[in-house]
Design a binder for this molecule. Structure first.
Ligand code: NHW
Length: 409
């Protein structure tokens, strides 16, 4: 997607100067750890100057005016699919959820303004996250919402923004970064494929998201994706504040199965999973309670995508993304895959029912965690998109479980 031969490091004029693993070094096992060691006192106190006519700003997302500017930049210029049919529409509730997570600081909401017009023309952000890679856990900056106004593309502004979020992190003693992207950069630690499950097939078809398969009829598709009115898992209910401790413990045990995962504190779990009561709902989380014990947990969030037609936006798709989940119900031992498969299918089917009730149009999931156990059975179809996971200043052996876990899918 980047239009470059992924093997040719020389083509990455910026990335070849950064502490990231290079292509061509994939083979064999490497010792995992930071690529470059530095000291806070060696880090520049001031940002790199911008070209004439532009200046750095920190945005105040608690301020409605600043939030509106960030929203409008992203709404008009953030990620689109290859055919420019859809573009993410991160509403302020989602932006607050994503960028004001525990430990957030305003200085990580970095903008660039045109000096004369005062217009916000570029942005990058980060929140802190404790990430475990196999048996080592380290603090890192999770970088997101890198965006440059369409009229300023190709002018090497992105590297300047990336260096600035790196500098701010370094001054806080944070030396590692975590980020995902649809494009290939040096060098993914893991790669996942997107899967989609129609909830409202008629709307997905009308906007060009879901083609009518050869030989099929619209009514067959509608019937194929029909869902029950009510959930079926006994003891399933919305997650509440009193569940936070139990959910963190359950999730920590479950995520231990995987080579890379965030480590949630209770405060973080409260933020990421409990629905806020004001504004539009962003996150949905459910638990199964059995005799007073939380045995299962799942969550999904919603991000809208604008439907673009002839450069105009008239409607949005409401897209659910499967978020974290964990289960121990009915498992005689944690690696009991047959029991796990049955349970996850029941839970994810309930998640689909709940997402449909919430009037979401499509449910997305990635080829990660144990998703291979239910994607097929729950009628998810493989999409065109891939998501590459990257670590900055950390050498790690490749993490499978994504697209390369074919036996699961
Ligand atoms: S991925 C979404 C990124 N945003 C979009 O796709 C929005 C639409 N596109 C744009 O706004 C989620 C522009 O096209 C952007 C590039 C701004 C993407 N990640 O300024 P130039 C995230 O937000 C490299 C990293 O001329 P442009 C995660 C590209 O390879 N690098 O391009 C963000 C080239 O370098 P090369 C990317 O089109 C993670 C250089 O930028 C990239 O005007 C950031 C060209 O720059 C991407 N998505 O603007 C890294 N896209 O070496 C964080 C392009 O090939 C690292 N490039 O010559 C960690 C930092 C924290 C460390 C803490 C210690």
């Amino acid at each position: 997607a980047s239009g470059k031969n992924a093997k040719d490091m020389g083509a990455y004029k910026f990335w070849q100067t950064q502490p990231v693993p290079r292509f061509g070094e994939e083979g064999g096992k490497v010792e995992e750890g930071p690529l470059k060691m530095q000291k806070v006192e060696d880090i520049d106190q001031e940002p790199q100057p911008l070209v004439a006519g532009f200046e750095w700003v920190t945005m105040d997302l608690a301020d409605d005016e600043d939030m509106k500017e960030v929203y409008e930049l992203l709404n008009g210029h953030y990620v689109e699919d290859d055919e420019a049919m859809f573009r993410f529409n991160y509403i302020p509730e989602v932006l607050r959820w994503a960028m004001m997570a525990p430990g957030w600081q305003r200085k990580y909401h970095i903008g660039v303004r045109a000096s004369q017009s005062r217009k916000l023309v570029a942005f990058i952000s980060a929140v802190p996250v404790n990430i475990r890679v196999r048996d080592r856990t380290f603090r890192s900056s999770e970088v997101n919402f890198l965006c440059v106004h369409k009229k300023l593309r190709g002018k090497r502004l992105a590297p300047v923004l990336i260096k600035e979020v790196t500098r701010i992190s370094n001054l806080d003693g944070v030396w590692q970064g975590l980020y995902t992207a649809g494009i290939v950069l040096p060098r993914p630690v893991s790669t996942c494929r997107y899967y989609h499950r129609a909830l409202n097939w008629t709307k997905l078809h009308a906007c060009g998201f879901s083609p009518l398969p050869n030989g099929s009829k619209p009514e067959y598709q509608v019937r194929k994706y029909a869902l029950p009115e009510a959930t079926s898992t006994k003891g399933l209910r919305e997650m509440q504040d009193k569940d936070v401790g139990a959910v963190v413990r359950l999730l920590t045990r479950y995520l231990a199965r995987f080579d890379m995962a965030p480590q949630f504190t209770e405060e973080e779990a409260r933020h990421w999973f409990l629905p806020k009561k004001d504004g539009r709902q962003v996150i949905w989380s459910y638990v199964v309670e059995d005799n007073g014990a939380v045995t299962d947990f799942f969550s999904f969030f919603c991000v809208e995508s604008s439907i673009i037609k002839n450069n105009e936006v008239n409607d949005v798709l409401r897209v659910a993304y499967l978020f974290y989940y964990a289960t121990e119900a009915g498992l005689s031992e944690p690696r009991d895959r047959a029991a796990l498969k049955t349970r996850l299918n029941a839970l994810v089917n309930d998640a689909l029912v709940l997402a449909k009730k919430a009037r979401l149009d499509v449910f997305n999931a990635l080829s990660l965690m144990d998703n291979g156990l239910f994607l097929g059975q729950q009628k998810f179809g493989g999409g065109d998109g891939q998501l590459h996971y990257y670590l900055f200043n950390y050498r790690a052996n490749h993490i499978s479980g994504g697209v390369d876990a074919k036996n699961q899918l």
